[in-house]
Structures are given as C-alpha cells and as structure tokens.
Ligand binder design. Sequence first.
Ligand code: HEC
Length: 188
Amino acid sequence: MNWIVKKKYAGGAMLLIVVFVLGELSSAWGGGMGPRMRHRMHPRMHHGTGFEGTGVCPQERFTPSAPQGILQTPNPLEPTPDNIEKGRAFFQTDAQPTACKVCHGPGGNGMGMMAPGLNPPPRNFTCVETMKAVSDGQMFWIIKNGGEGTGMPAYKFHKDEEIWQIIQYIRSLSPAAKPEGGAAQDRP
Ligand code: HEC
C-alpha cells in the first residue's frame, strides 16, 4: 500500500464511522431510545427524581418509636416562610449524605427515584391519615438516628435547628395532619 492508498483507506473508514454514528443518532431521535421513548417506558417518571401520584395512603409504618420525652417534644421553631424555605432546601437538595427527595419524592409522596428498591417504602408525607400519627418529636428522632430495619438513613451531620426546619417543611406538605401528643401547629 502506498501513501495515497493508505490515506484513501483511512478516509473510507472515517466515512463509515460518521455514517454509523449518524445512523445511531437519527434512530435515537427518530423514536428509538430518545427522551420520548423513555417517557413512554416510564410514563410516571417525574423529571428523573421520582414518580407522580398521590402515593400509598394510609400507609403502614415500620419505623421504631422515639423514646418517651422526645416523642412529645414540640417543634421549637415556628412555621415561618423562612424556616419552611430552609427546610425545603435541605429536603430537595442540600441534606447530607442524600437529599430526602431521592426516596421521599420531590413532592413528598413517598415515591422518589429510589423508592422502588425499598421495603418498607419511604413515608408518604402527603398522607394526612398517616402523618396524623407522626409527632414532630418522632420525626426528629428518626431523622437524627435513622429508622432501624428500614432504608431510612441517620442524618448525623445536621444541626438540630436544621432538622426542625426540615420538619416544618414536611408539615407543610400535609397541613391538615395534626398529630396527637406533640406540636401539631395550628394553621389557618
Ligand atoms: C434512602 C432512602 C431515604 C432517604 C434518603 C430518606 N428517607 Fe426517610 N424514610 C425512608 C424509609 C424507607 C422510611 C421508612 C418508612 C416506614 O417506616 O414505613 C423513612 C421514614 C421517614 C420518616 C417517618 C418516621 C415515622 O416514624 O413515620 C421521616 C420523618 C423521614 N423518613 C424523614 C426523612 C428526611 C427528613 C430525610 C432527608 C433529610 C429522609 N427521610 C431521607 C427512606 C429514606
């Protein structure tokens, strides 16, 4: 093979690759595995972070109960827009090691992107009937210590104040729920 032939040969190979790549792309865009197809396969997927819907309600609870005393501790913070907004930021993105929405869903329906792999499933915070039975102190204790025997992780690195803010946000997802024995905030 002389130099010219080699160059032609390489050019031909290049052309083949380009044709191949274009073919792949057009089949993806033309309805192969493009975004539209993925939507059809998971019609309830919500922007990659969870599933839409009202969630399971009422929901059986598997988390252990907080010790007496903590169980009845009311949220020391008021549900001001500022506290709820700070809680929202932790819930949706900033909580370490993982944002709550990954499991509990961006809208709190318990159907986050990781929910299908979890048994028991994450709590549905929008379910008034179930959330009535969950006091602020119970939530505080579970968020700090995790839910033994469930996939609920312990959030050890957050200040108490931050956890109470997250709880204010969670309460805002089902304002009609008024748990007994602890800190049901009256809302207009
Ligand atoms: C890896 C998945 C996952 C992540 C991330 C997660 N949770 Fe959970 N959560 C669960 C599961 C599973 C349960 C157990 C539900 C049950 O007990 O039936 C749960 C339960 C709870 C409960 C219910 C307590 C009770 O007694 O009913 C609260 C409150 C809660 N999580 C808050 C949070 C908050 C706040 C965050 C973020 C700071 C968070 N979770 C992050 C999976 C998760």
